[in-house]
Write a protein that binds this ligand. Structure first.
Ligand SMILES: [Mg+2]
Length: 123
C-alpha cells in the first residue's frame, strides 16, 4: 500500500512541485496551506506517514505546527522533513527542539528529496 505524505506549504507552486515529485515516485499526497490546515488534515480519516513542511507560512508557521502535532500522542511519531528557504541556525535549532530530524533548503533537488523521504519512511 502506498504511503501517505502530507505537504504543508503556503505556496501553491511549491506544493505542486513537491506533489509532482512524490506522486511520480508512487506516494499518495495530501496538501495543507498552512499550519492550521495541516493540523486539520492530520485529524482527518487518512493516516499520514510523513510530513513535508514549509517554515514561513501565514496563520501558523511550520515550527509551531510541528510543536503542536508532536504534543498529540497519536501523531507525534510521524516524521517531518522541513523544506524551506530558511537557512538560519536559530530556526534549525528551534526545529530540532520541536522534533524535526530532517531539514532541506529550497529549491529542492528531486533525487535528494526522494532519498530523504524514503529514508524517513523506512525508520
Ligand atoms: Mg512559505
Amino acid at each position: 500500500m502506498s504511503k501517505n505524505i502530507l505537504i504543508v506549504d503556503d505556496s501553491s507552486m511549491m506544493r505542486l512541485a513537491v506533489r509532482t515529485a512524490l506522486i511520480e515516485a508512487g506516494y499518495t499526497v495530501l496538501e495543507a496551506v498552512d499550519g492550521v490546515d495541516g493540523l486539520l488534515k492530520l485529524q482527518g480519516d487518512i493516516k499520514v506517514d510523513l510530513i513535508v513542511c514549509d517554515v514561513n507560512m501565514p496563520n501558523m508557521d511550520g515550527i509551531t505546527f510541528v510543536k503542536k502535532y508532536k504534543e498529540d500522542p497519536k501523531l507525534k511519531f510521524i516524521p517531518v522533513l522541513m523544506l524551506t528557504t530558511e537557512e538560519g541556525q536559530e530556526r534549525k535549532e528551534q526545529g530540532k527542539e520541536a522534533g524535526v530530524r530532517a531539514w532541506m533548503v529550497k529549491p529542492f533537488n528531486k533525487t535528494t528529496l526522494l532519498n530523504a523521504v524514503s529514508k524517513l519512511l523506512s525508520v
